[in-house]
Design a protein around this ligand. Structure first.
Ligand SMILES: Cc1cc2nc3c(=O)[nH]c(=O)nc-3n(C[C@H](O)[C@H](O)[C@H](O)COP(=O)(O)OP(=O)(O)OC[C@H]3O[C@@H](n4cnc5c(N)ncnc54)[C@H](O)[C@@H]3O)c2cc1C
Length: 470
């Protein structure tokens, strides 16, 4: 769907939007629109023509009816922390911001379910349910600023996905609004439900292209009582990757198993202005294990330590206080921002079956060497999901422009050969769409194109995303 098919926002439409949400919730001045012109994806900037801030499903429905009637693009925006350009209004039009739809509607202690609005900040949900002895495990490193709606749209993961799964595994019901304003509900507080196609799961990960999600039912689980956090430094990236494989082979499933290469640690040290243990080593593995029996956890921690040492870990450091644990995680959460601040960059969200991780790490190193281009990798190694940052440092603009597409394509081809895919948790969005045919067959792309047409015949919802240009 090209840009020319859409109309521009008129004064008349703005007046109609103001009638729906009130004047204060319709922004049109450039200064006010600036925060909605970018997300966390590289340095892209696209201004919307107008931003609207509804507070209810009914208001979302009215906004979409108007936009559909006038063929205006609508890009839904949560926290704007996306890394694939999903919330960028690349064809202008309307930004539909969920920032005012940020309530916890209910925490159902009997059924272990929470019902929330999409603009709720993920960390706010964590705090609320943990106060009840319950747990919502999905914890993207951006948890303090991303929203549940954005997590649903991107099927967000994060460190704990290795044991507890991703957003998809917790979404049991949705309230949604179609492009033409029709409201519909899917699923419910039902642990079993085989009634028609599973629309809930189709919408999870659909990146705001099928409908606007206005209410979400999430499964909760009991909060575990104990955890242990450990750090193991290695002098070789592939030793670290092999140690990880052996830990899983020993049937231990940590709740987090993060891989961080040295340059990423150095960048985080610089950003936070404080030293990190063993930052001079080639790679670190950061583990967290949890459970309700402290003695069993200590045994597992010891086993993990032994396996790491057998794979030449230099040391195994156990964070024995809450402060030390939080310090390690704070460092981990800051890595993304820190790496981006080094120079112009491109981040790829590669994912392979966990057992192929050592091969992926070697492939990344060989591609980096072949093209003479710096890469910095870190990520959720426990689920085979490594973020590869390609950094424009010490190379000319023309070298960067020439080499970058080849580096990305070669990386993605290798990932697919290893049985992997081109996005584990950040989505395809704006920046990866032209690589989609490397990961999906023609048949699959045509199927999802047709699904998109059924939900949104005029193509007003988040146009310019997911589908390749041609
Ligand atoms: C420092 C940092 C660390 C990160 N760490 C992780 C991580 O560990 N794991 C991970 O998975 N991701 C991570 N991310 C990426 C990002 O935080 C996630 O993709 C997150 O889910 C985006 O949520 P958001 O509310 O910011 O969504 P936005 O960026 O606002 O939007 C993302 C997409 O969701 C759509 N959308 C938003 N709300 C709705 C809705 N209500 N209905 C329909 N569509 C909607 C938008 O149209 C867009 O396509 C990280 C990002 C940063 C900057």
């Amino acid at each position: 769907m090209n840009k020319e098919r859409f109309n521009r926002v008129t004064d008349e439409l703005i007046r109609s939007l103001q009638e729906v949400v009130g004047n204060a919730n319709v922004l049109t001045e450039k200064f006010d629109l600036e925060p909605y012109s970018h997300d966390e994806t590289e340095d892209f900037v696209f201004y919307p023509e107008v931003t609207v801030k509804p507070v209810s499903t009914a208001e979302v429905s009215e906004i979409l009816k108007l936009c559909n009637e006038h063929t205006i693009p609508v890009t839904t925006r949560g926290g704007g922390t996306g890394l694939s350009g999903g919330a960028l209004p690349v064809y202008g039009g309307v930004i539909l911001s969920t920032e005012r739809m940020n309530k916890i509607i209910e925490i159902d202690r009997e059924n272990f379910m929470a019902t929330v609005q999409p603009g709720l900040i993920t960390y706010a949900l964590h705090q609320a349910v943990e106060a009840e002895g319950l747990f919502y495990p999905v914890d993207p490193a951006s948890k303090e600023s991303c929203t549940i709606g954005g997590n649903v749209a991107e099927c967000a993961g994060g460190p704990r996905a290795v044991k507890y799964g991703v957003t998809r595994d917790y979404v049991f019901g949705l309230t949604c609004v179609l492009a033409d304003g029709q409201i519909f509900k899917t699923g419910g507080k039902l642990l079993k439900n085989v009634t028609g196609y599973n629309l809930t799961q189709l919408i999870v990960g659909s990146e705001g292209t099928l409908c606007v999600v206005t209410e979400i039912i999430l499964k909760l689980i009991p909060l575990t009582q104990h955890k242990r956090t450990m750090l193991a430094p290695f002098d070789s990236l592939s030793d670290a990757a092999k140690a990880l494989t052996d830990i899983f082979n020993s049937k231990i499933v940590p709740r987090a198993a993060e891989f961080i290469e040295q340059r990423a640690i150095k960048a985080a040290e610089e950003k936070l202005g404080k030293p990190f243990p063993h930052s001079d080593r080639a790679a670190l593995l950061l583990f967290e294990i949890d459970g309700n029996r402290a003695d069993l956890l200590d045994e597992q921690a010891e086993n993990i330590g032994e396996i790491c040492l057998a794979h030449n870990a230099v040391d195994v450091f156990v964070a024995d206080s809450k402060e030390k644990q939080e310090e390690l995680w704070q460092m981990r959460r800051n890595i993304g921002e820190a790496v981006k601040s080094i120079a112009i960059y491109k981040e790829e969200d590669t994912v392979v079956p966990r057992s192929r991780l050592p091969e992926l790490v070697e492939k990344i190193a060989s591609i980096s060497k072949k093209y003479g281009i710096l890469t910095i990798s870190y990520g959720h190694a426990g689920d085979g999901n490594i973020h590869v940052n390609i950094i424009k440092k010490d190379i000319s603009d023309s070298d960067w422009d020439n080499k970058l597409p080849h580096v990305i394509e070669e990386l993605f081809r290798e990932v697919v050969i290893l049985g992997g895919s081109i996005s584990g948790e950040h989505g395809i969005g704006w920046v990866q769409k032209n690589y989609l045919p490397l990961a999906l067959s023609h048949v699959e792309i045509e199927l999802i194109r047709k699904i998109k047409e059924v939900f949104d015949p005029k193509g007003i919802l988040n146009p310019g995303k997911i589908f390749p240009d041609s």
